[in-house]
Write a protein that binds this ligand. Structure first.
Ligand code: AMP
Length: 175
């Protein structure tokens, strides 16, 4: 990534100490979303050169929706939301996992994928990797293929990457 792009992204992400709990440093992307050039640069870089290679972008609730939907549009792909428990209206598949702060269950609509769909998973932060891993499992269980996971930020000290063996992982920024 060009230095100017890295600087643009970095300067629009702020650290919120002790949120949502003591000891967590929350990476807040709302300044980036508010800034047109930073937002479009993030979307361009997350989409990468995947045009024509992806059928579906999966966005993980909630910030993965904000980033994933424009990535899908840019790639000419469809968009599928992976949501927290109890939010999706039709029949769902679900899986539970541990995350950096607490435990969670995520769900996807059972008819969200066609067998063989090429899927790119998008989120803002890869922390422990539990959310991304659970999402990959949901996609694969539906018979679709995960071609990559793209995140804005990777918190390398949490080793989330280790939970995604064999999955191409692209992180725009590493901390
Ligand atoms: P994990 O499952 O631990 O990789 O956590 C990833 C999910 O939690 C992502 O959807 C992130 O949006 C969120 N998350 C975890 N840690 C942070 C953090 N330090 N700052 C912002 N979001 C985070």
């Amino acid at each position: 990534m060009a230095d100017e792009h890295r600087e643009l992204l970095l300067s629009h992400i702020r650290d919120i100490p002790d949120w949502p709990e003591p000891g967590i440093v929350f990476k807040d992307i709302t300044p980036l979303l508010r800034h047109p050039a930073a937002f479009s640069t993030a979307v361009d870089l997350l989409a990468g050169s995947e045009r024509g290679q992806v059928d579906v972008v999966v966005g993980i609730e909630a910030r993965g929706f904000i980033l994933g939907a424009p990535v899908a549009h840019q790639l000419g792909a469809g968009f599928v939301p992976v949501r927290k428990e109890g939010k999706l209206p039709a029949s769902t598949s679900s899986t539970s996992y541990q995350l950096e702060y607490g435990a969670a269950t995520i769900e996807v609509h059972q008819d969200a994928f066609e067998p063989g769909d090429r899927v790119l998973v998008v989120d803002d932060v890869l922390a422990t990797g539990g959310t991304a891993h659970a999402t990959v499992e949901l996609v694969r269980a539906a018979g679709a293929e995960v071609v990559g996971v793209s995140v804005l930020m990777e918190l390398t000290f949490l080793n989330g990457r280790d939970k995604l063996p064999g999955v191409p992982l692209a992180a725009l920024l590493s901390f």
